[in-house]
Ligand binder design. Structure first.
Ligand code: C5P
Length: 321
């Protein structure tokens, strides 16, 4: 019997170690310069052959493991998931089917761990993983450059997630230059129980007359110098986010008190992260922050590459669940 293909893929979240705005564009977007770093807080995607009655059958659930965590605010950090058709992952697979003339149906299970409205790029990560998984599942043979064209149609951050690791992202975020040879980092993320709307944060932002430079941050990162890095991890969206949600104000001091001097908000928020080169320091800081019950608190590695976790042939009769 010919086995049906099952593709499993991890979709890692990201933080922004630097985010500067260079101007507002006529299309309403902002030109920016950001260093995106993937982290090993991952959603998980499983693609299997579907039923002909539905071209894309998507089921999305929060990972039950999250609720078991010792995190008081976990329940409020993980709000109900949006309807499946609004899911960027669904749009990514529909776009691949349409543009590549695919007519074989797919069944998708999405296990969510990345919180929503968090500035961690969860929806974009899922969409990029769907493009990579769909490309393999339907044997389309598209290159990363070809997938990037689809990615840019879905969202500004999606192209980054086709690469993962460290990358400089420019334009509205879709022009991606992967950066090699940057040192691995340890990252602590706190997602408060409230989220922030990306369009709203951008609407309230101001373009600086004198933009910050990324080079000193990259030098400090290469030198593994936390003291130098502390002053260079910039996010131009912090001020508008704080103006919208004053509860963010508690986070910088909480990270300092937990022993992490390098900290900043991720993307348009509401997640706040700390970075260190010392694993034990990260684990200790996460424990302190968790005890303060500021929100869902996660600790793990930064700089994780995107890619297939496993792709295997499995017999049809194991696919019924
Ligand atoms: O591209 P994406 O759909 O992820 O963007 C969401 C919203 O964020 C946009 O509608 C826009 O309001 C804002 N945005 C922006 N400039 C960017 C990226 C996003 O203004 N570079």
């Amino acid at each position: 019997m010919r086995g049906a293909v099952e593709i499993r893929l991890l979709a890692p979240a990201k933080i922004n170690l630097f985010l500067e705005l260079h101007g507002k564009r006529l299309d309403g977007y902002h030109d920016l310069e950001t260093l995106m770093v993937s982290i090993d807080l991952c959603d998980e995607l499983i693609l299997r052959s579907g039923d002909p009655s539905e071209s894309i059958a998507l089921e999305a659930h929060w990972s039950s493991g999250l609720l078991a965590q010792r995190c008081i605010s976990a329940a409020s950090a993980f709000q109900p998931l949006p309807p499946v058709e609004k899911n960027l992952l669904y749009r990514a697979l529909a776009l691949l089917q349409k543009e590549c003339g695919v007519n074989s149906p797919v069944q998708v299970a999405l296990l969510k761990r990345i919180p929503l409205e968090a500035g961690l790029g969860g929806a974009s990560a899922d969409a990029a993983a769907a493009l990579l998984a769909g490309n393999a599942f339907w044997h389309l043979g598209l290159s990363i450059a070809e997938l990037s064209d689809f990615a840019a149609q879905i969202g500004s951050d999606v192209s980054f997630f086709l690469h993962g690791g460290f990358a400089l992202c420019e334009g509205r975020g879709e022009i991606v230059t992967p950066m090699e040879n940057l040192p691995p980092i340890w990252v602590v993320v706190v997602k408060p129980p409230f989220g922030l709307s990306t369009p709203l944060v951008y609407r309230k932002c101001e373009i600086p007359h004198k933009p910050c430079q990324m080079a000193p941050m990259l030098d400090a990162l290469r030198n593994r110098d936390e003291f130098a890095l502390a002053g260079q991890v910039v996010n131009r969206l912090w001020a508008p986010a704080l103006a919208i949600e004053s509860r963010l104000a508690a986070l910088p001091a909480a990270f300092d008190e937990a022993g992490l001097i390098v900290h900043q908000m991720s993307g348009s928020g509401s997640s706040y992260f700390g970075v260190t080169f010392d694993r034990m320091k990260a684990i200790r800081a996460a424990a302190i922050l968790r005890n303060r019950a500021l929100g869902f608190t996660w600790v793990g590695r930064g700089g994780v590459k995107s890619g297939t976790k496993s792709a295997c042939n499995v017999p049809h009769d194991t696919l019924s669940s």
